[in-house]
Design a protein around this ligand. Structure first.
Ligand SMILES: Nc1ncnc2c1ncn2[C@@H]1O[C@H](COP(=O)(O)OP(=O)(O)OP(=O)(O)O)[C@@H](O)[C@H]1O
Ligand SMILES: [Mg+2]
Length: 215
């Protein structure tokens, strides 16, 4: 999929470089739409590939320290955290049986969303984990714009976005990846929110024989 698209992209870009200003403004406009469309298509395809590859590796689950994953996720988001003035905090988090890199991706997508969909208030994001009989229930809570209850299932679908336009860039693949990661680990995922009241995303990870020390 990517190779033919690369051909299209490079040739429309070539047309743009060579003929911009020479074919009239209608042609310039059409070419720039084609360049932009090809660029968007490239992003969609690469996101789709990331989504389709979740969990295809053969690596076994291993004890994964959620604090380490949290720390890496926060480090990867430091630019967004700095720009928004967000405060990202956590309770003690356990060690669970998981793919550590997928756990990091999960937390990073959720914390990243919490910052991206902020309200006018400075973003506060809090991660915690509650121990239940058979599973850990993780939550990522924010004080952002929230999600109307009627859309709360939809947001986990691939390419489903409630806002469009430049203020909240993205393709709508983040939560679909999160849900797939969680389900691959034998857990469930859902959100609780009201419009304008912030959102709390929950996911569960089954408890197994691993050392569950929290830190
Ligand atoms: N914390 C949140 N608060 C409010 N709305 C949210 C939050 N997280 C997700 N959403 C809504 O759910 C939609 C889907 O989220 P998702 O992470 O899948 O996509 P995205 O962030 O728009 O794009 P991408 O993750 O691909 O960059 C978002 O577009 C947004 O409308
Ligand atoms: Mg996202």
């Amino acid at each position: 999929m990517q190779e033919p698209l690369r051909v299209v992209t490079s040739h429309v870009q070539l047309l743009q470089r060579r003929y911009e200003g020479k074919l009239g403004s209608d042609a310039d406009e059409s070419i720039s739409y084609a360049v932009e469309g090809a660029r968007r298509m490239q992003t969609l395809i690469s996101d789709l590939l990331v989504y389709s590859r979740v969990g295809t590796g053969s690596k076994e689950l291993a004890p994964a320290d959620c604090v380490a994953s949290f720390d890496v996720a926060v480090a990867n988001l430091q630019e967004a955290i700095r720009e928004s003035g967000a405060r990202v905090t956590r309770d003690p988090l356990p060690t669970v049986m998981a793919h550590a890199s997928q756990l990091t991706q999960l937390l990073q997508n959720l914390i990243g969303n919490a910052i991206k969909f902020r309200s006018e208030k400075p973003p506060l994001v809090h991660v915690s984990a509650a121990r239940e009989e058979d599973e850990w229930v993780f939550s990522v809570r924010d004080n952002g714009i929230g999600i109307d209850p009627q859309y709360q299932d939809r947001v986990f679908g691939i390419f489903q976005r409630l806002q469009s336009g430049g203020k909240h860039p993205g393709t709508g693949v983040g939560l679909a990846i999160c849900k797939k990661v969680v389900e691959r680990h034998g857990g469930r995922m859902w959100v609780e929110s009201e419009s304008g009241q912030g959102a709390t995303f929950y996911f569960t990870i089954p408890r197994t024989g691993v050392d569950h020390r929290e830190r």
